[in-house]
Design a protein around this ligand. Structure first.
Ligand code: CP
Length: 499
């Protein structure tokens, strides 16, 4: 069949072909048959001697325990952490150093959950062992999507032609993104959804589903309308820890109309309710009476997580050799890709332009930061504390641009270059900043620091020092870590070339 998961990273559901999804569904169903026929430990020699690092920066009941159960039932062991307490994360150790320690302690694979989008891709880039995404921020939860498919396939065998309803918090829930992308690999899928504007399905996801994948996506005003058009309803909890600008009472208020109860189920008594769980007992987005009804399939769905994760670990680790620890990290991992630094022309006549500008003045060695937002230098100084740290900085404020006349600020730093972290911090404050590196009175490099536009991306956590990178995926440039589109990059390159 040509399907091979050995030593493979599992970061996004989008990396799977339909054939691979169907293969894993079948393998999970085989694991379920073993369990239900009393043969739970039949494969308990398979991963003997293998170790799974279980790295849960964020809370989890199902994902963490089902990975651990799966590993134990296949004869392997697990070690790691559930929350930072008791680890050196409390001493602000970064992801890079933390995850490396588990490989140094002979992990054969790792499963990781973290609050930042793209964080698990970063761990996978750093580590030489396979890494499984147990949920990264509001980005993805690929093994949840796989177990959802196992459950959906039990309820609607074949999946093609599925009418599925989505509800709850579609904006911040990673399960919705992964589930929708997984379903998009099947034919004739329609997603019906109803949610408050604040919790609506993300536009970029709708665009991908409709324009690239041929999935029909239909929005309704009421849950009852969604029920009437769906075989399965996939409810999700409000991701209160990720919703900015609303308190708990406000979140509960906006969700009220979209909660599931037995009265709403009357609009389609055959509707099958799924939920990745946990259900938030304070919001009660699913009324407790639904738990006791024949419409409730989410507890069986959670058990399918054990079978799916058992199948996945079997496929990734069976008959593999331990990958020996390597303490050196590939330079390519540490560097932003070349295309994200835009080097100015080598034309010697242009090289000294920056020094000839009267408001910049002569500088032998250092950095001139151009195109800063008008009036922003005070904020940069407050954040980076250049003066306090002995940097020789001159600020030039409110200068009209020679091209547009728009006011802008400059910073001139003498006798010192900036660290990648300092450059990132400045770009985060003033995204259009252009950095001119000056050596021997020449501009030897001129670039703009292109940040991922997703504010929850791991590349925007300064302490983690993850360099921005963009990959070409299909027609889009996407962040290498969180895979959010970066459509403006080409325009920025063009603007710089013209400037
Ligand atoms: N579905 C899910 O990810 O549950 P946990 O948060 O309990 O792992």
């Amino acid at each position: 069949m040509g399907i091979n998961f050995r030593n493979r990273d599992i970061i996004t559901i989008d990396d799977f072909s339909r054939q691979e999804l169907e293969y894993l569904i079948q393998k999970a169903q085989e694991m379920k048959k073993l369990e239900k026929s009393g043969q739970r430990y039949q494969l308990n020699k398979t991963l003997e001697g293998k170790k799974l690092a279980s790295l849960f920066y964020e809370n989890s009941t199902r994902t963490r325990t089902s990975f651990e159960t799966a590993m134990h039932e296949l004869g392997g062991t697990t070690f790691g952490f559930a929350g930072p307490e008791g680890t050196s994360l409390m001493k602000k150790e970064n992801i890079l150093a933390t995850v490396m320690m588990y490989w140094a302690n002979h992990a054969d694979a790792a499963v990781m959950r973290h609050s930042k989008d793209g964080s698990v891709q970063w761990a996978a880039d750093v580590l030489g062992i396979p890494v499984i995404n147990g949920g990264d921020g509001k980005n993805e939860h690929p093994t949840q999507a796989l177990l959802d498919l196992v459950t959906i396939d039990e309820l609607v065998p074949g999946i093609d032609g599925l009418n599925i309803g989505f509800g709850g918090d579609l904006a911040h829930g990673r399960t919705i993104r992964s589930n929708a992308l997984a379903l998009s690999k099947f034919n004739n899928i329609t997603i019906h959804w109803a949610a408050a504007d604040e919790l609506a399905m993300p536009e970029d996801l709708i665009d991908t589903l409709k324009k690239e994948r041929g999935v029909k996506v239909k929005r309704y005003d009421s849950v009852e309308d969604v029920f009437r058009n769906s075989n399965i309803y996939y409810m999700t909890r409000p991701q209160k820890e990720r919703i900015k600008g609303l308190n708990e009472a406000q979140i509960n208020d906006i969700l009220e109309k979209y909660k599931i109860d037995m009265h709403k189920i009357l609009s389609n008594p055959n509707i099958k309710i799924l939920h990745p769980m946990p259900v938030d007992s304070s919001t009660a987005e699913i009324d407790i009476t639904v738990f006791f009804s024949g419409n409730q399939y989410f507890i069986a769905q959670a058990e399918n997580g054990v079978f799916l994760r058992k199948a996945l670990l079997y496929e990734i680790l069976n008959e593999t050799d331990h990958i020996l620890f390597n303490s050196s990290i590939d330079e390519k991992v540490a560097a932003a890709n070349d295309k994200d630094y835009i080097t100015k022309s080598d034309d010697p006549n242009k090289k000294s332009d920056i020094n000839e500008k009267p408001y910049v003045g002569k500088i032998d060695y250092g950095v001139v930061i151009d195109h800063l937002e008008d009036g922003i230098t005070a904020e940069i100084e407050a954040k980076l504390q250049f003066s306090k740290r002995g940097y020789r900085v001159t600020s030039v404020l409110h200068e009209p641009s020679t091209k547009t006349g728009k006011l802008k600020d400059f910073l001139k730093i003498k006798d010192k270059l900036l660290t990648p972290r300092e450059i990132k911090e400045i770009a985060m404050i003033s995204p259009n900043a252009t950095f001119n590196i000056i050596k021997d009175r020449d501009v030897v490099e001129k670039f703009k620091y292109n940040l991922c536009k997703n504010e929850n991306c791991i590349t925007r956590v300064v302490n983690e020092d993850v360099p921005p990178k963009f990959d070409k995926i299909g027609k889009d440039l996407r962040c290498h870590y969180c895979r959010k589109p970066y459509e403006k990059l080409c325009q920025i390159i063009q603007n710089l070339k013209n400037s």
